[in-house]
Design a protein around this ligand. Structure first.
Ligand SMILES: Cc1cc2nc3c(=O)[nH]c(=O)nc-3n(C[C@H](O)[C@H](O)[C@H](O)COP(=O)(O)OP(=O)(O)OC[C@H]3O[C@@H](n4cnc5c(N)ncnc54)[C@H](O)[C@@H]3O)c2cc1C
Length: 434
């Protein structure tokens, strides 16, 4: 079983979303030794948000943000572009209304912050409050759908119930038996959004791209931390790890985090004649009711996207991915004779056993926010901001209570074995949802 040894993602395929955007000149790599107040590893939703908040709180602090990739090409530019204004299904708990109301409020305020950042950037990002569908293709999916519906009802969140024929009429697929539509979601071009957020970084925050943190060690005099990169190093009084699954490869979160790879395929713009057979809704997103199911989108510019399949700690081969994505798309749209993808790519997601976040001060002066569990665009933006508050002595809400706390997982090989067995079982039980 191949296990990646690099402490950062090194993707085989380019992000399809980023490929649709004009070329961008990346910020230079770190190529010297620097001494600063705070180093933030990972310029994703979490890291950018932490950096901006830190600047607000400490106008004179020297801050560096480093990313192993280029903005737009890395993980935050690889997702399916669902920015939920309310808690995700995995976090939804209809029995705890007070908690859900508090977390929904924080998430929706953060979403408004992202919307205003996008507006400020002047970049379009295809951002639209298009809402989201959730749909089930079998009994197992229906059970999850009912649970989510209970949460929506309990939190008095508006939604519409849809049967098979209504879904077919709107989306052009008969694959699903039942679904819900909730307006509380923005759809975006994710590579464009992360570019927009990075564009708004204050000029005096040093952003180093193509700069992976290769190691992280505590200084001997206990005064801060040293980060080694390929061509430079950083001595920093404080460090924030905002690099999701890869924080474990820098020594934090080994006992609770795994990197799971999931994949997306994006078609070329479809012919008008084909689009006419795809239902009345022209820009939509559908999240699976079952957690192993596939995410679907029809973009405003007339493409279809599917996100599906998981791999443990390493990217699968392009042939396996293409075949799986194509057959799952074909199952949903048999009327499209030959599904061709213009782009296929993968991305790493930081998973924890119980879905809780790894968040807080891990060691003196070393802070971490990791374990997005597949839905960390808005939540990561929130948790990055709260982490900067915590590190600067500000009052913060009880993150563990609101968003859970990552639980312990057995080490490999038991962990890998557990994942493969659980995924085999779920693939059998939930095969109709795949
Ligand atoms: C195919 C796919 C579809 C998804 N769809 C959605 C969706 O629709 N909605 C949603 O909310 N979430 C979705 N997700 C999950 C989403 O991408 C993450 O939750 C979100 O990006 C988390 O943000 P983050 O900033 O915490 O971490 P990340 O986006 O993972 O960012 C971490 C950054 O750290 C960098 N990094 C890693 N290691 C190092 C290192 N050693 N040194 C320097 N830099 C490093 C990475 O390059 C990356 O830029 C999806 C993920 C995938 C893969």
């Amino acid at each position: 079983m191949p296990v990646s040894k690099l402490p950062y993602p090194d993707y085989k395929f380019k992000s399809g979303w980023n490929a649709l955007l004009p070329a961008r000149i990346p910020n230079p790599e770190l190529a010297e030794k620097i001494e600063i107040d705070v180093a933030i590893v990972g310029a994703g939703f979490t890291g950018i948000s932490a950096a901006k908040r830190w600047r607000e709180l400490q106008p004179d602090a020297t801050i560096a943000l480093l990313d192993s990739s280029e903005i737009g090409e890395g993980n935050p530019g690889r997702n399916s572009g669902f920015l939920l204004e309310i808690s995700l299904a995995e976090d939804a708990d209809a029995r705890n209304i007070e908690k859900m109301a508090a977390s929904n409020k924080l998430i929706s305020e953060t979403m408004q912050h992202i919307v205003s950042e996008v507006q400020k950037s002047g970049m379009d990002c295809d951002i639209k409050r298009a809402g989201t569908y959730r749909a089930a293709a079998s009994d197992i999916g229906n059970r999850s759908l009912n649970k989510y519906q209970a949460f929506l009802k309990a939190t008095k969140t508006p939604f519409e119930e849809l049967d098979k024929s209504e879904l077919k009429q709107r989306l052009g697929t008969s694959f699903y038996q039942a679904g819900l539509y909730s307006p509380h979601c923005y759809l975006v071009q994710p590579a464009s959004v992360i570019r927009a957020l990075a564009t708004n970084l204050p000029n005096d925050i040093n952003l180093f791209e193509n700069t992976a943190a290769l190691s992280l060690t505590a200084n001997k005099n206990k005064n801060g931390w040293t980060i080694k990169t390929a061509h430079g190093s950083i001595q920093s009084k404080k460090v924030v790890l905002a690099n999701n699954a890869f924080s474990k490869d820098l020594g934090i979160g080994k006992s609770c985090l795994v990197a799971m790879y999931t994949y997306a395929g994006l078609t070329p713009q479809l012919e008008p004649g084909i689009l006419e057979c795809l239902g009345s809704d022209k820009n939509w997103g559908l999240l699976p009711a079952h957690r192993l199911g596939s995410t679907l989108r029809r973009t405003a510019d007339g493409r279809l996207l599917i996100r599906s399949h998981y791999g443990y700690e390493a990217e699968s081969s392009i042939d396996v991915i293409r075949t799986k994505l194509r057959s799952r798309m074909q199952n949903r749209f048999p009327q499209l004779d030959q599904i061709k993808f213009e782009h296929v790519w993968g991305g790493a997601v930081g998973f924890t056993f119980n879905g809780g976040a790894l968040w807080g001060e891990a060691k003196p002066g070393l802070f971490v926010s990791a374990g997005c569990n597949g839905g960390g665009t808005v939540k990561g933006t929130l948790l990055g901001r709260l982490l900067a508050n915590l590190a600067n002595g500000k009052e913060v809400p009880n993150v563990a209570k609101l968003f859970g706390k990552a639980s312990w997982m057995p080490p490999d090989p038991f962990r890998a074995l557990g994942f493969h067995l659980a995924s085999l079982l779920e693939n059998i039980q939930g095969h109709k949802e795949l």
